[in-house]
Write a protein that binds this ligand. Sequence first.
Ligand SMILES: [Zn+2]
Length: 408
Amino acid sequence: MENGIPGMAAGHRRAITRGLTISYDLILRNGRVIDPSQNLDAITDVAFAGGKVASIGGHNGAAADIRDVSGKIVTPGLIDLHTHVYWGGTSLGIDADEFARKSGVTTMVDTGSAGPGNFHGFRKHVIERSEARILAYLHISFAGIFAFSKRIMVGESGDLRLLAPREAVEVADKNRDVIVGIKVRVGQHASGTQGEAALDIALQVGEETGMPLMAHIDHPPPSYEHVIGRLRPGDVLTHAFRPFPNSPATAQGTVKSAVLEARKRGVVFDIGHGKGSFAFKTARAMLANGFEPDTISSDVHTLCINGPAYDQVTTLSKFLCLGMPLDRVIAASTVNAATALKRPELGSLKSGSVGDATILSIKEGKFDYEDVVGEHLIGDRRILSQGVVVAGKWWHPKRSNKFKRIEA
Ligand SMILES: [Zn+2]
């Protein structure tokens, strides 16, 4: 159960010290390593052993697998802080491994797909069987987000009978290896006439478990200002760069004062792109005021995986094209997300960290990006996933020719 990937550490070859020679499981050679957790941007090697990052720098040791990644970018394994991957158990769930493989993500954080009534199935049938890392925010609604599809849409926080604080505390407490926080959705779509009642309950579950909250907002009520006013340091507001209504920016293009205050207090601002929660207009206003998101996430689910969100690298590309510097875009999907999760062993290539890495390339040209209100942005760059390393192993069997194994 170490790091939420059952059985993954086991069976891995340990780094063996033979005199002065160390044998590694994998070396990524000659990539441009960008790791904001240690302010690193350099062309060098990354070596993995025993499922962990062994070291960065030139390596003379033997390795079972060596990949030449010259001309590519190597980052800590990307974390997508807002996903829905309870495939088959909830209508909005997508297939975790398939998504991770092609979108450069090594840790998917499922946010509230499951509640205490159906978390066990999520754990047994999805989390424990996935090769990619899955962590979860547990919904306080008994069956999580249970009716989210094209034609059937029932907001789970609109019926107080479904909210299950005692069960949520029990399940969260028993699954601390994979449950990182508590999820709640409030807004006209998610909580209807109940407004912020579910937030009251979620805050109590957060207190009782000592876990952070991730709060979703949509159309008011409740208002953006009201919800962030109630969040505690370390709690996450997702859908932070929503379009009007409930945008963080004023009509004049400034940042609302309640938003600035919440950031000062330590509330985490997460993107959660999804189908209805990210607008270029909002992002431009926020970035023009120097207000970058803390974390960038896709909120990938069945209704947005074929656009407008697509995946994490597309969501990151949008921020790059909006002018956010590359190292900070990467930080928003690595070290910042790990901090929000209170999992410092993730999102970093410091030696001893979990052995996850993502290999990226940046293509130049003209790329058409779309937000949730149908605005198009022609960007000049696109971040592409070229491969992933999960727990110290190259994880692209289907494209193994891409970076051919080379002899040590
Ligand atoms: Zn979501």
